[in-house]
Design a protein around this ligand. Sequence first.
Ligand code: 13P
Length: 251
Amino acid sequence: MRKTIIAGNWKMNKTAAEAKAFIEEFKPLVAGIDSVEIVLCPVFTALTSAVEAAAGSNVKIGAQNIHWAENGAYTGEISAAMLKETGIDYVIIGHSERRQYFGETDETVNQRLNAALAADLIPMVCIGELLEEREGGKTESVLDTQLKGGLAGISKDDMAGIVVAYEPVWAIGTGKTATPEMAEDTHAYIRKVLTEMFDAETAEKVRIQYGGSMKGANSAELVAQADIDGGLVGGAALEPASFAELITNAC
Ligand code: 13P
């Protein structure tokens, strides 16, 4: 049985003080929810205060990126040990904004993923097609390439603990959600590829999040689909009440 995982990706929003204030307000709104794993992913500079604010609650903290090297001349990057030191448990890898604006490739996703696994961080590996790729009938081949490149060389044991986030790029921040049926079709396809790459038992264990304009009004219907095991949420995770509503509706 896969436990639903809903993560808020704050992107480049909220200072450390704002993150702390959010979490203080948010914790009581989701207290007692144990059927959903709840994760918040602030910017690097807010991780320590977020971990402190969330301590002892059912709210877990993750980062939005990780570098593959232990240290060295990589200006602007951050290592697994540096992230672990803040007390976080999760990390987003290969978000489409990293792919679009910062040259992230399936190869660098794979390197970052290996660093996260070695540090016992739970990775949320993002994949998804562009609008022109969906319209051109290329969704499956794009996802196939991203999965095979990003997850190359990963063991079955490690794979079982990795979270895959399917985010159709055309649905991110646009208000255009994939319909639950459309999302389910794609999630089922992703699980099929994972079955081919690993095996059925492993693929059954992998949690696949949906991301792209998920909100309180659609979270229940999306998460009710057989192969949708949670969400990676941008805009609707920026206000405590709206994120709590989204999670509560998905329980
Ligand atoms: P929105 O929920 O704002 O569409 O963003 C989704 C996303 O990119 C989460 O990683």
